[in-house]
Structure formats: structure tokens, C-alpha cells
Design a protein around this ligand. Structure first.
Ligand SMILES: Cc1cc2nc3c(=O)[nH]c(=O)nc-3n(C[C@H](O)[C@H](O)[C@H](O)COP(=O)(O)OP(=O)(O)OC[C@H]3O[C@@H](n4cnc5c(N)ncnc54)[C@H](O)[C@@H]3O)c2cc1C
Length: 444
């Protein structure tokens, strides 16, 4: 039996018939990497379905299991790394209709996996809370996609990645079997499904911890040197009295690709983009001055959002998108720094301005101040990418290579036995996103 048989068995479901739409729903933002573009351009699903509820989801999963048809899960398809691209055809299950916010209370929210982060934020804001962390794609991305393929972003300076213990409290998983079952996992047991690219279980519902709602201000500050900008960022990240939600540090080259931002930055100077609570304004301004910086912009984030603008859309991996929009010859790397000021400054001195440096201050899952890096660089060849990765690594950076599509290769490069064990439990037939979890393919 094939994916077409699955469709024939369940004709009343919302199947995508338009060929172009099917192609679109088989793809994500893999094209940020020319290497992934070459490897994945011709991959696509045979069928795409949008189940309306849990029952429809279970029926299509059961039919796929009977047909032994591969399944690839899709939230909004904003992932990089080709995470949501089926390598072996089969059925893409688009979860965007399972999108209800089920309950909010006591600093927690219960939500279906296909809920868009912007819709979730609107709902929790109305109850006096906000999400602890979300990616710069939060207008489009889903909570299930963030947990299944993402890291975090805005807010990670306080709460670390989404998979930091305490951020996600429980997940409801649907197993892939001829008689699929819903299973609830709690605490650390959930983490085996984090960043597993939907290879080891279908996340249907999540319970997440929230933060108290604050009024945020978007602000920019320019600095005479990259080192001073990094020193400022490290000091802000560590300042316990200044309530913040975001601090990214950028090489001056980026403003060429972001005309809207240009007017807020001193020409040709490195800069920081931050979100600061009202109470932190005076201390933030004093900290910028302490590092000989200049505040260029300070405005209510709520008012900016009402106008449809978010400062974070100039940060995180939106930087790569802005650059690629004007010049397709660029690509990017992703890395983590453990000694941000020293490592970032050394890398900037060695590789800049060819490599445009960009680092976001975060806490890691253990609570230490760290930096996520999203440097943008011209693409020359795989050899050049490998050489740049080697330079980052020899300066202490931990590179999460965004030019590969396997879970392990793009992350720790280690097989995680917990991820493989979860796949054995929830996908014993090996139908979920086949070819992405190396630990499964090599389990013997
Ligand atoms: C411009 C740009 C900026 C970005 N910035 C950030 C950032 O700041 N931080 C960050 O972390 N990421 C970032 N990303 C990557 C991506 O947007 C996020 O990871 C986002 O949370 C993915 O959500 P999604 O709904 O689009 O997931 P998708 O792309 O649809 O899915 C991601 C992965 O999760 C799996 N998946 C989806 N839903 C489920 C489910 N219910 N159960 C199990 N598995 C599932 C999919 O199969 C896929 O492997 C960025 C990407 C772009 C293009």
C-alpha cells in the first residue's frame, strides 16, 4: 500500500490536491544552506493532509501504519536544516488545525501542538502572562515545531532553550501504530522528544510554564568596537536588577541589509538590539554609557507590535533572511560560545568582516550565561564552510552545523539513547521522518 491508498481510505479528510501547494508544504527554510538546497530540492511528500482534530489525526496515523507509509510532521515549516522535508515521500501531516489553547492558569498553559506562537502569546497576555521563550519566527511558527525542531530565542536570556527543565511540563504523544495510543509524558521524560525533528513521536498537546507579563521596550545601542558591544552584552546578561528579554550583538555589516534598522544605529558601528522592562531604563542607559555606547532607539514594544513590527525580526535567524533577500550568495553558521567576550572577539578579529558576526546572549540549560551565534558569510564551497567551522571550533565555539539534515549531525554529533528509546516506544515501525535520526538507523 502507498500514501495514495491512505488517502483513498480516508477521503473525507482535508487532503491537499494542488500540486504546488503539496510542494510548498513539503519544504521548509532549508534553502538558507546551498548544500541542503542541492540535497533536498527534489524531495517531496506524495500526499499532504490537515487533520482537524485528534480523531482524524489518529485515523490517518493508523492508516499510514497499516500501509507502512512514511510520515513527516509539519507545524509551520519555518525550520531550517530540512527538518520538515520528507526524504522518502509518504504523507506530510500538517498539524496547523490542532491549534487550540486549552487552558491558562497559575503561570501555565495547556495548548495543542499546532497553535501558532503569536496566537498563544495573545491568549496568555490576556491572562497576565507571556511565553518564556520564542523564536524570531513567532508570527508563523507553532509550539510543537519549536519543541520538535527549534531552540528558543527571545526570552532565552532568562529561561534558556525551550527544552530547559521546567519550561515544558508535559507533552501528550500519539504513537505510530495500527492502533495508535495517546500517552502523556511529564518532566524530563518529555525531553527525549525535544529537537528530534518529529522522528520519535507525534506531539499533540503540551503544557508549558509561563512568565509574568511585563511591558517591554525595544532598544538599540551602538558601540565603538565589537569587543565593547560584547562586553556590554555580557554585563547586561549578568545584571540581576535589569529586567531584560533579549540582547543580541551584531557586526556593522548587517545594517546594509536592514534599511529600517539603519537609522537607529551609528554608521559603521557594531550594535546591540535589546528588550528591556520599563523599570530597567535608567540602569540600561547607564550600562550602555559605561561601555562608551550610544542609545539610538527606545520605544514601547507593545506599540511597535500594534504597528506589526518586532525588533526580534532583525535578530536571531532573521538576520540571515534579511541578507539572503538582497544577496543570495550568502549563507550562515550556528554555534554556541562558553566564554562569549573572548571567543566572539577572537572570531571577529580573525574572520570579520568577511564573516559578519552576530551573537545572542542566552542562558544555557544549566543556567550559565552563554551566547548563541548566527554568523552570516559568503558561500564559496563546502570546503570553505568546513574551514570556517574548523576556525570557529579551534576558538572554542561549539558549532551546530546547519548544512546537514540528520538530528545528531546538526546538534551534539552524539547519538542520544533516550531519543532512540522514545522512537522504539512511539514509532517501532520506523515511519516518522525516516533518514533523519542516525541513532535509529544504526541502532543494531
Ligand atoms: C527567519 C528564521 C528565523 C528563525 N529564528 C529562530 C529562532 O530565533 N530560534 C529558533 O529556535 N529557531 C528559529 N528558526 C527556526 C524555526 O523557525 C523555529 O525552530 C520554529 O519554532 C519552528 O516551528 P515550526 O512550527 O515552523 O516547525 P516546523 O518547521 O514545521 O517543524 C520543525 C521540526 O519539528 C517537527 N515537528 C513539528 N511539529 C511537531 C509535532 N507536533 N510533534 C513532533 N514533531 C513536530 C517537524 O517534523 C520538523 O522536523 C528560524 C527560522 C527562520 C526561517
Amino acid at each position: 500500500m502507498s500514501a495514495a491508498n491512505v488517502r483513498a481510505l480516508l477521503p473525507s479528510l482535508d487532503w491537499v490536491s494542488d500540486d504546488k501547494e503539496r510542494e510548498k508544504l513539503s519544504k521548509d527554510y532549508y534553502w538558507f544552506s546551498p548544500l541542503l538546497k542541492a540535497a533536498l530540492d527534489d524531495k517531496r511528500a506524495d500526499e499532504v493532509v490537515r487533520p482537524a482534530d485528534r480523531d482524524e489525526l489518529a485515523s490517518v496515523v493508523a492508516a499510514c501504519a497499516k500501509a507502512r507509509a512514511p510520515i513527516t510532521l509539519r507545524g509551520a515549516g519555518t525550520g531550517n536544516y530540512g527538518q520538515a522535508i520528507p526524504l522518502s515521500g509518504g504523507v506530510v501531516i500538517d498539524l496547523s488545525r490542532l491549534n487550540r489553547v486549552l487552558a491558562i492558569g497559575n503561570g501555565m498553559a495547556q495548548v495543542e501542538a499546532g497553535c501558532k506562537l503569536l496566537d498563544l502569546e495573545t491568549a496568555v497576555n490576556a491572562a497576565g502572562f507571556e511565553q518564556r521563550t520564542y523564536p524570531s519566527t513567532f508570527r508563523m511558527a507553532t509550539i510543537g515545531g519549536l519543541f520538535g525542531g527549534g531552540f528558543g530565542g527571545v526570552g532565552s536570556i532568562n529561561f534558556g532553550p525551550i527544552y530547559t527543565p521546567g519550561n515544558v511540563l508535559s507533552v501528550t504523544v500519539l504513537s505510530v501504530a495500527e492502533a495508535p495510543e495517546y500517552v502523556e509524558l511529564h518532566g524530563d521524560d518529555c525531553l527525549a522528544l525535544a529537537h528530534a525533528y518529529g522522528t520519535n513521536g507525534i506531539i499533540v498537546e503540551m503544557k508549558i510554564a509561563l512568565a509574568p507579563l511585563q511591558h517591554w521596550n525595544e532598544t538599540t545601542a551602538s558601540f565603538a568596537s565589537f569587543e565593547s558591544a560584547m562586553r556590554f552584552g555580557a554585563a547586561l546578561a549578568a545584571a540581576p536588577g535589569i529586567i531584560k528579554k533579549q540582547c543580541g550583538v551584531f557586526a556593522p555589516g548587517f545594517t546594509k541589509y536592514m534599511p529600517l534598522l539603519k537609522k537607529h544605529i551609528v554608521a559603521d558601528q557594531p550594535y546591540a538590539l535589546c528588550l528591556i522592562a520599563d523599570s530597567g531604563e535608567a540602569a540600561y542607559r547607564a550600562l550602555v554609557a559605561q561601555f562608551d555606547g550610544v542609545v539610538g532607539h527606545w520605544a514601547s514594544a507593545r506599540e511597535a507590535a500594534e504597528r506589526g513590527r518586532y525588533l526580534h525580526e532583525f535578530a536571531w535567524n532573521h538576520t540571515t533572511m534579511h541578507v539572503l533577500r538582497l544577496d543570495k550568495s550568502f549563507t550562515y553558521l550556528q554555534c554556541l560560545l562558553t566564554d562569549p567576550v573572548k571567543q566572539a572577539t577572537a572570531l571577529h578579529d580573525l574572520l570579520g568582516p568577511r564573516v559578519m558576526m552576530h551573537f545572542e546572549f542566552i542562558r544555557n540549560a544549566e543556567g550559565a550565561i552563554s551566547c548563541g551565534g548566527l554568523p552570516v558569510l559568503p558561500f564559496e564551497s563546502k570546503a570553505q564552510i568546513d574551514a570556517d567551522i574548523a576556525t570557529f571550533e579551534s576558538n572554542g565555539a561549539y558549532v551546530m552545523n546547519p548544512h546537514v539534515f540528520e538530528v545528531e549531525e546538526g546538534n551534539s554529533r552524539q547519538i542520544d539513547p533516550k531519543q532512540v528509546a522514545a522512537k522504539l516506544r512511539f514509532d517501532p515501525l520506523g515511519l516518522l521522518n525516516p533518514g533523519k535520526l542516525k541513532g535509529w538507523d544504526t541502532r543494531s
